[in-house]
Design a protein around this ligand. Structure first.
Ligand SMILES: C[C@H](N)C(=O)N[C@@H](Cc1c[nH]cn1)C(=O)O
Length: 494
């Protein structure tokens, strides 16, 4: 080939891609209402993975995902991943994992999209302004449990593939999906499934893309790290049944008093973790990280307003970002068995179970954390000389994940964001956990990118969770553009 013609050929290819993208983006705009209706149908299912009474809904949710992908002509499987053992010793079927494949051209890259369709619990009486399971559009924001985390992003990926199909355009890469229903409770059963399918489903996968997080501000972002999570139950048991506090109070050592006493030794009022060994394991913040955090646009006052808190633990941007993303923290989530209804019941609960978690960062190790927490709480409890018993159990042990932002996947992400939003993205970390991210990396050896489309104010896990129409629809276009950018990655350079 005459070398002088190469720039011309590249220009023709690039113009062709731009016009193809314009057509695809127009298709997404023209079908916006259908995409919102698809989200409405998914949000209506209370697929709460933490509530076993909702397990039938979760099974239905997985069937619905499989059905949608099947109707699009994908090769779809509902993979049985076995049973979940409950604290009572009973077992219950885990929701099946949906895998699907679109295209198997060996000359193309293969991208696997991971997402989840289970949700955190939500009740109207928690303080929602609208029914959490009835998608409600208020000023362009689509409110409903699971909209941002993670039903709309999963749908956006599916709709991205659908747009190529509808316009009879070849997918630029082969696309696989792996959609699960237990992410919010630690992705039970998924590690084993990934291990079992490493040499089958994952054998031709080149990259894994996850869109289960949010932007830091109104600027689009690419995420290169997540914290892990160790989730504990601490159960204190005393009398054989609940007691009248007027009749027995003052004569029995109350399980709740013991529990509150030991919980108060986990973390100081200023946020210092008091469990020996935890802080020592944390990798120090490097100068490079410090500089990266310094360069990120992050409005501290806006963050304060959003949380409705007048004083944060830190006042400067770098400390806030570092403590959000790459230092561990202890959060106490609740106490099962405690009286929590309205009213004034005067009970001494006989058995109470605290639920708390410790977000994990490099170089913490969940197995070590389990021992540190158990030994520490047992020693603190022993000093109380209580006749009650303490049982500490770690129910989730998810490791943190970090990616190399110099990988071509991130360059492709930047290019796609530039095309759709005409800005350069923030490179951010996520304080939350995607329990399976590290397993994907360790077991499959594939490179992972996290490409969020959630807004910074979506209220994931909170009351009034939402996804804006803007993020949902432009996010779909981003995924379309991203598939095209990934296709440009030189197979031999990675
Ligand atoms: C980041 C993701 N959208 C998310 O919210 N994940 C959950 C997963 C989890 C961790 N422990 C238990 N579940 C989270 O970070 O809380």
């Amino acid at each position: 080939m005459n070398l002088q013609t190469v720039p011309f050929i590249l220009l023709v290819i690039s113009c062709g891609q731009a016009s193809q993208y314009t057509e695809l983006a127009q298709y997404v705009d023209d079908h916006q209402e259908e995409h919102v209706e698809a989200l409405r149908e998914w949000v209506a299912i209370e697929s709460d993975s933490s509530n076993i009474l909702r397990r039938p809904d979760l099974h239905r949710m997985m069937e619905l995902v499989a059905e949608k992908l099947r109707l699009m002509g994908g090769t779809v499987q509902l993979v049985d991943i076995g049973e979940q053992e409950l604290p009572s010793g009973q077992t219950i079927a885990l929701p099946k994992v949906v895998t699907a494949q679109f295209g198997s051209d060996p000359s193309k890259h293969t991208v696997c999209v991971y997402g989840h369709v289970d949700v955190q619990p939500a009740k109207l009486e928690d303080g929602w302004a609208t029914n959490p399971y009835n998608l409600t559009d208020i000023n362009g924001n689509l409110y409903g449990r699971g909209t941002s985390d993670n039903k709309a992003p999963v749908l956006a990926w599916i709709h991205a593939v659908q747009a190529y199909q509808a316009l009879s355009m070849d997918l630029p890469v082969n696309v696989k999906f792996l959609i699960e229903g237990m992410e919010e409770t630690g992705s039970n059963g998924l590690d084993a499934m990934i291990l079992a399918q490493r040499d089958t489903f994952f054998s031709d996968v080149d990259y894994i893309v996850i869109s289960d997080c949010g932007w830091l501000s109104s600027r689009p972002a690419l995420t290169y790290g997540t914290r892990g999570n160790c989730y504990f139950f601490a159960e204190v048991e005393g009398p054989k049944q609940d007691l009248h506090s007027g009749v027995y109070g003052g004569t029995v050592i109350e399980p709740m008093t013991d529990l509150i006493g030991i919980l108060d030794t986990l973390i100081s009022p200023s946020g210092k973790i008091l469990i020996p060994g935890i802080r020592e394991a944390v990798a120090p913040l490097s100068d490079e990280e410090w500089r990266m955090y310094q360069d990120i646009e992050f409005d501290v006052d806006n963050y304060k307003n959003k949380t409705g808190i007048s004083h944060l633990m830190y006042n400067n941007k770098v400390d806030l970002l570092a403590h959000r993303w790459r230092y561990p923290t202890v959060s106490i989530h609740g106490i099962e068995g405690a009286f929590s209804d309205s009213g004034t019941k005067t009970v001494i609960p006989a058995k109470v179970t605290a639920k708390f978690s410790i977000r994990q960062v490099p170089d913490m190790d969940p197995a070590a954390v389990k021992k540190q927490v158990t030994d520490y709480l047992q020693s603190v409890f022993a000093k109380r000389k209580s006749p009650n018993t303490l049982k500490v159990t770690m129910v989730i042990g998810a490791k943190p994940w970090l990616a190399d932002t110099k990988h071509p996947l991130y360059e492709a992400g930047k290019a796609a964001i530039k095309r759709v939003f005409n800005v350069d993205p923030d490179l951010i970390r996520e304080g939350g956990t995607i329990p399976i991210a590290r397993t994907f990396q360790d077991v499959t050896g594939k490179s992972i990118i996290m490409m969020p489309i959630g807004g910074f104010d979506d209220g994931m896990h909170s009351q009034n969770e939402k996804m804006s129409r803007y993020n949902y629809i432009e996010g779909t276009k981003l995924f379309i553009a991203y598939l095209n950018e990934v296709a440009q990655i030189n197979k031999t350079s990675v």
